[in-house]
Design a protein around this ligand. Structure first.
Ligand code: CU
Length: 149
């Protein structure tokens, strides 16, 4: 009985405080959001592509800066939505990798220009904390698709 009670309490807490549920993720204000300013879903663009990253309800700070309610942007390129890749939802519990599919803007950039090969690409923005751990499923964008000419 006792074990059952604690299990239920843990699940309840996980549902109401997702940012703290696993002890890894950093808390963030309710209602905060990240969004693409440009490009937008369905856009056809030329390479190099200028990206503008939007963030509401929080501030941008360089990687390594441990300041409440701040983070830095990441661009996920041509991979499944975060949480639906090989690591499943555990992707939200660890630092994002840094490779061709996971680009970090650890300088606190909100606008960058990137070379992308011609073709169709999927993109997702993810806000990460000072140690590159995603804040949580609320602080990612939908995956958008752009075509590079
Ligand atoms: Cu990062």
């Amino acid at each position: 009985m006792r074990t059952g009670f604690f299990t239920a309490a843990t699940i309840c807490m996980a549902l109401t405080t997702p940012a703290l549920a696993d002890g890894h993720r950093t808390a963030y204000p309710e209602g905060a959001s990240v969004y693409f300013i440009s490009p937008m879903d369905g856009n056809t663009v030329q390479s190099p592509v200028t990206f503008q990253f939007g963030l509401a309800g929080m501030g941008v700070a360089p990687a390594g800066t441990e300041r409440e309610n701040t983070g830095h942007h990441h661009l996920l390129i041509d991979r499944p939505p975060l949480g639906e890749g090989e690591g499943g939802m555990e992707e939200f519990d660890y630092s994002l990798p840094a490779d061709d599919n996971h680009v970090h803007f650890g300088g606190g950039q909100t606008e960058v220009t990137l070379e992308l090969p011609a073709g169709t690409h999927t993109l997702q923005m993810v806000l990460g904390d000072h140690s590159h751990v995603p804040f949580g499923p609320d602080l990612v964008t939908d995956v958008i698709t752009i075509t590079v000419e």
